[in-house]
Design a binder for this molecule. Structure first.
Ligand code: MG
Length: 261
């Protein structure tokens, strides 16, 4: 099932995405399927003009990123593969949705895209074993872990480099039925392929990550885990359009702008 959050101009609503004859429709539901049982309203809307998809979830508590979780990416940055997951936070204020602009802050002249598979937590999770971890996952979406590479080098901590407003595009929806063993993870800038990786190359797999993270932090429904990016990261500048894609989920596309002074 694909869960989308959308607006037609009023308050955000949720719908289940259905594809018919090559067209995507939203079967609108009452309520928020991340936090409550929902019922269909009977309304059906074609995704297109007049419908804007939004970030499928705004995490209530946190987004946890995993650094250097593909060996080829660790290598291209001149880093070793960590012996245990390297974790960082992005604040929920960094989240934007499909087609929302990534706004480059003044403090960076070296922003980069990072296409990633994102895990959406479905239940309160603490000290879960790897064997039970996937029972706590609601589904998966696509994330762009936008990073100010210069600030990442100079700051030591990654809070500013990976946490600035608009640094966490997610979408286009949450796919709840997905085998994540071997999914293509790719990105394009202005239509040109930049990353072409596969989740089979994750250093730490999803069940292990959920378990490991839940030893440190209680995960709440709607929290996100960004599972790392494959090789091929590079710069984005004002005027670019960056597309991140995970096989079996979809394409997340965002324009890049720079805040006017
Ligand atoms: Mg990343």
């Amino acid at each position: 099932m694909r869960i989308a959050r959308f607006t037609t101009g009023d308050d955000p609503r949720f719908g289940f995405v259905q594809t018919e004859n090559g067209k995507d429709f939203l079967a609108v539901v009452n309520g928020d399927p991340l936090y409550m049982p929902v019922t269909p309203t009977g309304e059906r809307i074609e995704i297109g003009d007049g419908v804007r998809l939004l970030a499928p979830v705004i995490p209530r508590s946190k987004i946890i990123g995993v650094g250097r979780n593909y060996a080829d990416h660790a290598k291209e940055m001149g880093n070793e593969v960590p012996t245990s997951p390297l974790l960082f936070f992005k604040p929920n204020t960094a989240v934007i949705g499909p087609d929302d602009p990534i706004v480059l802050p003044d403090f960076t002249s070296e922003a980069s895209y990072e296409s990633e598979l994102a895990v959406v937590i479905g239940r309160i999770t603490k000290d879960v074993t790897p064997e039970r971890a996937l029972d706590h996952v609601l589904g998966y979406t696509v994330a762009n872990d936008v990073t100010a590479r210069d600030a990442q080098r100079t700051d030591g901590q990654w809070a500013r480099a990976k946490g600035f407003d608009t640094s966490c595009p997610i979408g286009p929806w949450i796919e709840t039925e997905l085998d994540t063993e071997a999914l293509g993870v790719s990105s394009r800038v202005n239509g040109e392929t930049r990353q072409d990786g596969n989740t089979r190359d994750l250093v730490f797999d999803i069940a292990f990550l959920v378990s490991y993270i839940s030893e440190a932090f209680t995960l709440l429904p709607g929290d996100l885990i960004l599972t790392g990016t494959p090789a091929g990261v590079g710069p984005i500048v004002e005027g670019d359009r960056v597309e991140c894609e995970v096989e079996g989920i979809g394409v997340l596309s965002n324009p890049v702008v720079r805040r006017g002074v």
